[in-house]
Design a protein around this ligand. Structure first.
Ligand code: DI6
Ligand code: FE
Length: 398
Protein backbone atom coordinates (compact mmCIF):
# COMPACT_ATOMS: atom_id res chain seq x y z
CA UNK A 1 0.00 0.00 0.00
CA UNK A 2 1.20 3.46 -0.89
CA UNK A 3 -0.14 6.91 -0.16
CA UNK A 4 0.59 10.18 -1.93
CA UNK A 5 -0.33 13.07 0.36
CA UNK A 6 -0.16 16.84 0.34
CA UNK A 7 -1.05 17.01 -3.34
CA UNK A 8 -3.36 18.95 -5.59
CA UNK A 9 -5.28 16.54 -7.76
CA UNK A 10 -6.63 17.06 -11.25
CA UNK A 11 -8.66 13.86 -11.16
CA UNK A 12 -10.27 14.21 -14.62
CA UNK A 13 -13.09 12.20 -13.10
CA UNK A 14 -16.39 12.43 -14.98
CA UNK A 15 -18.11 12.60 -11.59
CA UNK A 16 -16.57 16.03 -10.94
CA UNK A 17 -16.84 19.22 -13.00
CA UNK A 18 -14.07 20.53 -15.28
CA UNK A 19 -10.69 19.04 -14.37
CA UNK A 20 -12.07 17.50 -11.19
CA UNK A 21 -9.68 19.47 -9.00
CA UNK A 22 -9.13 18.61 -5.35
CA UNK A 23 -6.96 21.15 -3.56
CA UNK A 24 -5.84 19.15 -0.60
CA UNK A 25 -5.83 15.68 -1.99
CA UNK A 26 -4.57 12.21 -1.35
CA UNK A 27 -4.20 9.04 -3.39
CA UNK A 28 -4.12 5.62 -1.81
CA UNK A 29 -2.85 2.68 -3.84
CA UNK A 30 -3.02 -1.04 -3.26
CA UNK A 31 -1.80 -3.78 -5.61
CA UNK A 32 -1.29 -1.31 -8.45
CA UNK A 33 -4.79 0.15 -8.21
CA UNK A 34 -6.16 3.35 -6.80
CA UNK A 35 -8.32 2.57 -3.78
CA UNK A 36 -8.93 6.21 -2.87
CA UNK A 37 -8.46 9.54 -4.66
CA UNK A 38 -10.02 12.54 -2.98
CA UNK A 39 -9.76 15.11 -0.22
CA UNK A 40 -7.30 14.07 2.49
CA UNK A 41 -10.00 14.73 5.07
CA UNK A 42 -12.12 11.90 3.60
CA UNK A 43 -9.30 9.37 3.32
CA UNK A 44 -9.84 5.94 4.86
CA UNK A 45 -7.61 4.88 7.75
CA UNK A 46 -4.54 3.11 6.41
CA UNK A 47 -1.98 0.74 7.85
CA UNK A 48 1.23 -0.81 6.56
CA UNK A 49 1.81 2.01 4.12
CA UNK A 50 4.59 3.93 2.48
CA UNK A 51 3.69 7.61 2.51
CA UNK A 52 5.00 10.01 -0.10
CA UNK A 53 4.76 13.71 0.67
CA UNK A 54 4.09 15.53 -2.61
CA UNK A 55 4.93 18.92 -1.06
CA UNK A 56 1.98 20.60 -2.72
CA UNK A 57 2.70 19.33 -6.24
CA UNK A 58 -0.05 18.59 -8.75
CA UNK A 59 -1.00 15.04 -9.69
CA UNK A 60 -2.77 14.23 -12.95
CA UNK A 61 -3.57 10.81 -14.38
CA UNK A 62 -0.63 9.35 -16.27
CA UNK A 63 -0.84 10.77 -19.80
CA UNK A 64 -2.07 8.69 -22.73
CA UNK A 65 -0.88 9.10 -26.31
CA UNK A 66 -3.74 7.41 -28.17
CA UNK A 67 -2.47 7.68 -31.77
CA UNK A 68 1.12 6.98 -32.81
CA UNK A 69 3.07 5.24 -35.54
CA UNK A 70 6.06 4.98 -33.22
CA UNK A 71 7.63 1.81 -34.64
CA UNK A 72 9.32 2.29 -38.02
CA UNK A 73 12.75 2.40 -39.62
CA UNK A 74 14.46 4.94 -41.83
CA UNK A 75 14.21 8.70 -42.07
CA UNK A 76 12.04 11.06 -44.09
CA UNK A 77 14.15 14.17 -43.54
CA UNK A 78 14.90 14.36 -47.29
CA UNK A 79 11.17 14.47 -48.06
CA UNK A 80 10.80 17.21 -45.52
CA UNK A 81 13.35 19.19 -47.50
CA UNK A 82 11.42 18.51 -50.71
CA UNK A 83 8.29 19.83 -49.09
CA UNK A 84 10.18 22.92 -47.99
CA UNK A 85 10.97 23.43 -51.67
CA UNK A 86 7.30 23.23 -52.59
CA UNK A 87 6.38 19.56 -53.15
CA UNK A 88 3.15 18.46 -51.46
CA UNK A 89 2.65 15.39 -49.27
CA UNK A 90 0.37 13.87 -51.93
CA UNK A 91 2.92 14.51 -54.72
CA UNK A 92 5.67 12.83 -52.75
CA UNK A 93 3.38 9.87 -52.02
CA UNK A 94 2.40 9.56 -55.69
CA UNK A 95 6.05 9.58 -56.81
CA UNK A 96 6.84 6.53 -54.66
CA UNK A 97 8.06 8.35 -51.57
CA UNK A 98 5.98 8.88 -48.50
CA UNK A 99 4.66 5.92 -46.58
CA UNK A 100 6.25 3.54 -49.11
CA UNK A 101 9.77 4.75 -48.42
CA UNK A 102 9.24 4.00 -44.73
CA UNK A 103 7.77 0.64 -45.74
CA UNK A 104 10.98 -0.35 -47.57
CA UNK A 105 13.12 0.61 -44.57
CA UNK A 106 10.75 -1.13 -42.13
CA UNK A 107 10.64 -4.34 -44.15
CA UNK A 108 14.45 -4.39 -44.27
CA UNK A 109 14.79 -3.93 -40.49
CA UNK A 110 14.82 -6.81 -38.01
CA UNK A 111 12.33 -6.85 -35.14
CA UNK A 112 15.14 -5.94 -32.73
CA UNK A 113 16.24 -3.04 -34.95
CA UNK A 114 12.67 -1.73 -34.94
CA UNK A 115 12.60 -1.91 -31.14
CA UNK A 116 15.97 -0.17 -30.81
CA UNK A 117 14.90 2.55 -33.24
CA UNK A 118 11.65 3.19 -31.40
CA UNK A 119 13.07 3.31 -27.86
CA UNK A 120 14.40 6.89 -28.00
CA UNK A 121 11.00 8.09 -29.25
CA UNK A 122 9.22 6.12 -26.55
CA UNK A 123 11.59 7.42 -23.87
CA UNK A 124 10.88 11.00 -24.90
CA UNK A 125 7.17 10.42 -24.32
CA UNK A 126 7.68 8.60 -21.03
CA UNK A 127 9.80 11.49 -19.77
CA UNK A 128 6.68 13.64 -20.07
CA UNK A 129 4.52 11.43 -17.91
CA UNK A 130 3.02 9.13 -20.55
CA UNK A 131 1.95 5.79 -19.04
CA UNK A 132 -0.11 4.38 -21.94
CA UNK A 133 0.66 4.60 -25.62
CA UNK A 134 -1.04 3.27 -28.73
CA UNK A 135 1.22 2.09 -31.55
CA UNK A 136 0.05 1.28 -35.06
CA UNK A 137 1.52 -1.00 -37.67
CA UNK A 138 1.18 0.05 -41.30
CA UNK A 139 4.74 0.13 -42.57
CA UNK A 140 5.04 -3.62 -43.20
CA UNK A 141 2.08 -4.02 -45.57
CA UNK A 142 2.32 -7.78 -45.84
CA UNK A 143 1.65 -10.59 -43.38
CA UNK A 144 5.16 -11.12 -42.05
CA UNK A 145 6.20 -7.50 -41.77
CA UNK A 146 2.95 -6.26 -40.26
CA UNK A 147 3.19 -8.96 -37.59
CA UNK A 148 6.86 -8.11 -37.05
CA UNK A 149 5.95 -4.46 -36.49
CA UNK A 150 3.22 -5.40 -34.00
CA UNK A 151 5.57 -7.76 -32.12
CA UNK A 152 8.15 -4.96 -31.92
CA UNK A 153 5.48 -2.63 -30.54
CA UNK A 154 4.40 -5.18 -27.93
CA UNK A 155 7.97 -5.87 -26.84
CA UNK A 156 8.48 -2.16 -26.11
CA UNK A 157 6.14 -2.84 -23.20
CA UNK A 158 8.62 -5.38 -21.87
CA UNK A 159 11.56 -3.04 -22.28
CA UNK A 160 9.91 -0.12 -20.52
CA UNK A 161 7.32 0.36 -17.78
CA UNK A 162 4.40 1.44 -19.99
CA UNK A 163 1.11 0.04 -21.26
CA UNK A 164 1.20 -0.52 -25.01
CA UNK A 165 -2.00 -0.79 -27.06
CA UNK A 166 -1.41 -2.04 -30.58
CA UNK A 167 -3.48 -1.23 -33.65
CA UNK A 168 -3.23 -3.08 -36.94
CA UNK A 169 -3.11 -0.51 -39.77
CA UNK A 170 -2.37 -2.81 -42.69
CA UNK A 171 -4.71 -0.74 -44.89
CA UNK A 172 -2.36 2.25 -44.70
CA UNK A 173 -1.15 2.43 -48.29
CA UNK A 174 -0.86 0.14 -51.28
CA UNK A 175 2.43 -1.78 -51.31
CA UNK A 176 4.24 -1.85 -54.70
CA UNK A 177 3.61 -5.55 -55.36
CA UNK A 178 -0.12 -4.72 -55.53
CA UNK A 179 0.19 -1.68 -57.82
CA UNK A 180 -3.08 -1.23 -59.70
CA UNK A 181 -4.76 -3.98 -57.63
CA UNK A 182 -5.96 -2.31 -54.44
CA UNK A 183 -8.93 -4.66 -54.06
CA UNK A 184 -6.64 -7.67 -54.07
CA UNK A 185 -4.50 -6.06 -51.40
CA UNK A 186 -7.60 -5.43 -49.29
CA UNK A 187 -8.45 -9.11 -49.74
CA UNK A 188 -5.03 -9.99 -48.30
CA UNK A 189 -5.61 -7.59 -45.42
CA UNK A 190 -9.05 -9.07 -44.68
CA UNK A 191 -8.33 -12.74 -45.24
CA UNK A 192 -4.75 -13.06 -44.01
CA UNK A 193 -3.34 -10.13 -42.09
CA UNK A 194 -6.28 -9.31 -39.80
CA UNK A 195 -7.10 -12.95 -38.88
CA UNK A 196 -3.43 -13.77 -38.23
CA UNK A 197 -2.78 -10.66 -36.15
CA UNK A 198 -5.95 -11.34 -34.17
CA UNK A 199 -5.25 -15.01 -33.53
CA UNK A 200 -1.69 -14.22 -32.46
CA UNK A 201 -3.13 -11.71 -29.98
CA UNK A 202 -0.99 -8.98 -31.50
CA UNK A 203 -3.69 -6.38 -32.21
CA UNK A 204 -6.07 -4.59 -29.86
CA UNK A 205 -7.84 -2.74 -32.71
CA UNK A 206 -7.88 -2.31 -36.49
CA UNK A 207 -7.40 1.01 -38.30
CA UNK A 208 -7.38 2.11 -41.96
CA UNK A 209 -6.44 5.19 -43.95
CA UNK A 210 -9.63 6.25 -45.75
CA UNK A 211 -8.30 8.89 -48.13
CA UNK A 212 -7.54 9.74 -51.75
CA UNK A 213 -3.93 8.60 -51.18
CA UNK A 214 -5.18 5.67 -49.08
CA UNK A 215 -8.28 3.51 -49.50
CA UNK A 216 -11.88 4.14 -50.50
CA UNK A 217 -14.90 3.96 -48.26
CA UNK A 218 -15.88 0.62 -49.80
CA UNK A 219 -12.43 -0.83 -49.21
CA UNK A 220 -12.43 0.54 -45.68
CA UNK A 221 -15.78 -1.12 -45.02
CA UNK A 222 -14.38 -4.49 -46.05
CA UNK A 223 -11.57 -3.99 -43.53
CA UNK A 224 -14.10 -3.12 -40.83
CA UNK A 225 -16.12 -6.26 -41.57
CA UNK A 226 -13.00 -8.40 -41.29
CA UNK A 227 -12.16 -6.70 -37.99
CA UNK A 228 -15.66 -7.42 -36.73
CA UNK A 229 -15.30 -11.08 -37.71
CA UNK A 230 -12.01 -11.20 -35.82
CA UNK A 231 -13.65 -9.65 -32.77
CA UNK A 232 -11.57 -6.46 -32.90
CA UNK A 233 -12.83 -2.88 -32.50
CA UNK A 234 -12.03 -0.35 -35.22
CA UNK A 235 -10.59 3.15 -35.56
CA UNK A 236 -10.16 5.26 -38.67
CA UNK A 237 -7.86 7.88 -40.22
CA UNK A 238 -10.70 9.97 -41.60
CA UNK A 239 -11.17 13.29 -43.40
CA UNK A 240 -7.51 14.32 -43.06
CA UNK A 241 -6.83 15.59 -46.58
CA UNK A 242 -10.35 15.52 -48.06
CA UNK A 243 -13.90 14.56 -47.07
CA UNK A 244 -14.33 10.88 -47.90
CA UNK A 245 -17.20 10.53 -45.39
CA UNK A 246 -15.09 8.04 -43.47
CA UNK A 247 -16.24 9.27 -40.06
CA UNK A 248 -19.83 8.23 -40.78
CA UNK A 249 -18.67 4.80 -41.84
CA UNK A 250 -16.53 4.56 -38.70
CA UNK A 251 -19.56 5.49 -36.60
CA UNK A 252 -21.65 2.81 -38.31
CA UNK A 253 -19.08 0.29 -37.10
CA UNK A 254 -19.09 1.79 -33.57
CA UNK A 255 -15.48 2.88 -34.00
CA UNK A 256 -13.55 3.73 -30.84
CA UNK A 257 -12.27 6.85 -32.58
CA UNK A 258 -12.07 8.69 -35.88
CA UNK A 259 -8.82 10.59 -36.19
CA UNK A 260 -7.58 13.82 -37.89
CA UNK A 261 -11.02 15.06 -39.12
CA UNK A 262 -9.96 18.36 -40.72
CA UNK A 263 -12.60 17.93 -43.47
CA UNK A 264 -15.32 16.42 -41.24
CA UNK A 265 -18.85 17.74 -41.91
CA UNK A 266 -21.93 18.03 -39.70
CA UNK A 267 -23.40 14.67 -40.74
CA UNK A 268 -20.13 13.04 -39.74
CA UNK A 269 -20.11 14.83 -36.39
CA UNK A 270 -23.69 13.81 -35.69
CA UNK A 271 -22.96 10.17 -36.55
CA UNK A 272 -19.91 10.17 -34.27
CA UNK A 273 -21.91 11.65 -31.40
CA UNK A 274 -24.60 8.99 -31.77
CA UNK A 275 -22.06 6.17 -31.86
CA UNK A 276 -19.92 7.49 -29.00
CA UNK A 277 -16.91 7.65 -31.33
CA UNK A 278 -14.09 9.83 -29.97
CA UNK A 279 -12.62 12.54 -32.22
CA UNK A 280 -8.84 12.19 -32.05
CA UNK A 281 -7.29 15.55 -32.85
CA UNK A 282 -3.73 15.52 -34.21
CA UNK A 283 -2.29 19.04 -34.26
CA UNK A 284 1.25 17.82 -35.00
CA UNK A 285 0.26 16.66 -38.49
CA UNK A 286 -1.72 19.85 -39.10
CA UNK A 287 1.34 21.89 -38.11
CA UNK A 288 3.92 19.83 -39.99
CA UNK A 289 1.90 19.77 -43.24
CA UNK A 290 1.21 23.50 -42.83
CA UNK A 291 -2.44 22.67 -43.09
CA UNK A 292 -4.96 25.50 -42.93
CA UNK A 293 -8.26 23.62 -42.73
CA UNK A 294 -9.37 23.35 -39.12
CA UNK A 295 -11.42 20.43 -37.82
CA UNK A 296 -15.00 21.62 -37.07
CA UNK A 297 -14.55 22.28 -33.36
CA UNK A 298 -17.77 24.24 -32.90
CA UNK A 299 -19.74 21.29 -34.25
CA UNK A 300 -17.76 18.78 -32.20
CA UNK A 301 -18.57 20.81 -29.10
CA UNK A 302 -22.20 21.35 -30.07
CA UNK A 303 -22.78 17.61 -30.42
CA UNK A 304 -20.59 16.83 -27.38
CA UNK A 305 -18.21 14.53 -29.17
CA UNK A 306 -15.36 13.72 -26.77
CA UNK A 307 -12.04 14.92 -28.14
CA UNK A 308 -8.68 13.22 -27.65
CA UNK A 309 -5.35 14.89 -28.46
CA UNK A 310 -2.39 12.79 -29.64
CA UNK A 311 1.04 13.16 -31.22
CA UNK A 312 0.42 11.01 -34.34
CA UNK A 313 4.19 10.41 -34.01
CA UNK A 314 5.21 9.24 -37.50
CA UNK A 315 8.10 9.93 -39.86
CA UNK A 316 6.09 11.55 -42.65
CA UNK A 317 3.55 13.98 -41.26
CA UNK A 318 4.23 14.39 -37.55
CA UNK A 319 7.73 13.61 -36.29
CA UNK A 320 6.54 14.66 -32.84
CA UNK A 321 7.56 12.92 -29.64
CA UNK A 322 6.10 15.39 -27.16
CA UNK A 323 2.58 14.99 -25.79
CA UNK A 324 3.02 18.31 -23.97
CA UNK A 325 3.76 20.06 -27.26
CA UNK A 326 0.77 18.30 -28.85
CA UNK A 327 -1.38 19.92 -26.14
CA UNK A 328 0.24 23.30 -26.70
CA UNK A 329 -0.39 23.01 -30.44
CA UNK A 330 -3.98 21.96 -29.73
CA UNK A 331 -4.43 25.18 -27.81
CA UNK A 332 -2.52 27.57 -30.07
CA UNK A 333 -3.43 26.16 -33.49
CA UNK A 334 -6.92 24.85 -32.68
CA UNK A 335 -7.90 27.10 -29.76
CA UNK A 336 -8.72 24.11 -27.59
CA UNK A 337 -9.16 25.06 -23.95
CA UNK A 338 -6.81 23.84 -21.24
CA UNK A 339 -9.58 21.54 -20.06
CA UNK A 340 -10.05 20.11 -23.57
CA UNK A 341 -6.32 19.56 -23.96
CA UNK A 342 -5.96 17.77 -20.64
CA UNK A 343 -9.05 15.62 -21.15
CA UNK A 344 -7.65 14.89 -24.58
CA UNK A 345 -4.55 13.21 -23.18
CA UNK A 346 -6.25 11.49 -20.24
CA UNK A 347 -9.90 10.40 -19.95
CA UNK A 348 -10.91 10.87 -23.59
CA UNK A 349 -7.68 9.29 -24.83
CA UNK A 350 -8.49 6.26 -22.69
CA UNK A 351 -11.97 6.06 -24.23
CA UNK A 352 -10.40 6.30 -27.71
CA UNK A 353 -8.48 3.13 -26.84
CA UNK A 354 -11.43 1.34 -25.25
CA UNK A 355 -9.74 1.34 -21.83
CA UNK A 356 -11.65 4.12 -20.12
CA UNK A 357 -12.70 1.71 -17.39
CA UNK A 358 -9.05 0.97 -16.52
CA UNK A 359 -7.14 4.25 -16.73
CA UNK A 360 -7.38 7.92 -17.72
CA UNK A 361 -8.60 9.42 -14.44
CA UNK A 362 -7.78 9.39 -10.75
CA UNK A 363 -10.59 7.26 -9.37
CA UNK A 364 -10.89 4.27 -7.07
CA UNK A 365 -10.71 1.05 -9.05
CA UNK A 366 -8.45 2.36 -11.81
CA UNK A 367 -4.81 1.55 -12.39
CA UNK A 368 -2.54 3.75 -10.29
CA UNK A 369 -1.07 5.64 -13.29
CA UNK A 370 0.06 9.08 -12.13
CA UNK A 371 2.04 12.04 -13.37
CA UNK A 372 3.32 14.29 -10.60
CA UNK A 373 4.19 17.82 -11.69
CA UNK A 374 6.18 20.80 -10.41
CA UNK A 375 3.58 23.32 -11.52
CA UNK A 376 1.44 26.06 -10.02
CA UNK A 377 -1.62 25.28 -12.14
CA UNK A 378 -2.68 22.71 -14.78
CA UNK A 379 -2.59 25.42 -17.45
CA UNK A 380 1.21 25.32 -17.23
CA UNK A 381 1.17 21.88 -18.83
CA UNK A 382 -0.38 23.37 -21.94
CA UNK A 383 1.31 26.76 -21.82
CA UNK A 384 5.01 25.87 -21.84
CA UNK A 385 6.77 25.14 -25.10
CA UNK A 386 9.61 22.70 -24.59
CA UNK A 387 9.74 22.89 -20.81
CA UNK A 388 8.99 19.62 -19.05
CA UNK A 389 7.85 20.03 -15.47
CA UNK A 390 7.38 16.35 -14.69
CA UNK A 391 8.53 15.46 -11.19
CA UNK A 392 7.70 11.76 -11.26
CA UNK A 393 5.85 9.18 -13.32
CA UNK A 394 4.00 6.34 -11.61
CA UNK A 395 2.63 3.40 -13.55
CA UNK A 396 0.63 0.72 -11.81
CA UNK A 397 1.61 2.17 -8.43
CA UNK A 398 5.36 1.99 -9.07
N1 DI6 B 1 -1.99 9.72 -41.81
C1 DI6 B 1 -0.88 10.29 -41.43
O1 DI6 B 1 -0.78 11.45 -41.12
C2 DI6 B 1 0.17 9.28 -41.38
N2 DI6 B 1 -0.52 8.12 -41.76
C3 DI6 B 1 -1.75 8.42 -42.00
O2 DI6 B 1 -2.56 7.56 -42.34
C4 DI6 B 1 1.30 9.54 -42.29
C5 DI6 B 1 2.23 8.37 -42.34
C6 DI6 B 1 3.45 8.64 -43.16
O3 DI6 B 1 3.52 9.56 -43.98
O4 DI6 B 1 4.42 7.86 -42.97
FE1 FE C 1 -1.78 8.64 -38.03
Amino acid sequence: MRIWTNAKLATLSAARPELGVIDSGMIVEENGRIVFAGPSSDAPPASDTETIDCEGRWITPGLIDCHTHLVYAGSRAREFEMRLQGATYEEIAQSGGGIRSTMFATRAASEEQLVEGALPRLDALLAEGVTTIEIKSGYGLDVDHELKQLRAARSLGERRDVDIRTTLLAAHTLPPEFDGRPDEFIKLVCEEIIPQAASAGLADAVDAFCESVGFTREQTERVFLAARNAGLPVKLHAEQLSNSHGAQLAAEYAALSADHLEYLDEDGVRAMAQAGTVAAILPGAFYFLRDTKLPPFDLLRKYRVPMAVATDCNPGTSPLTSILLAMNMGATLFRLTVEECLKGVTCHAATALGIGHKTGSLEAGKQCDLAIWDIESPAELVYNIGLNKLHQRVRGGR
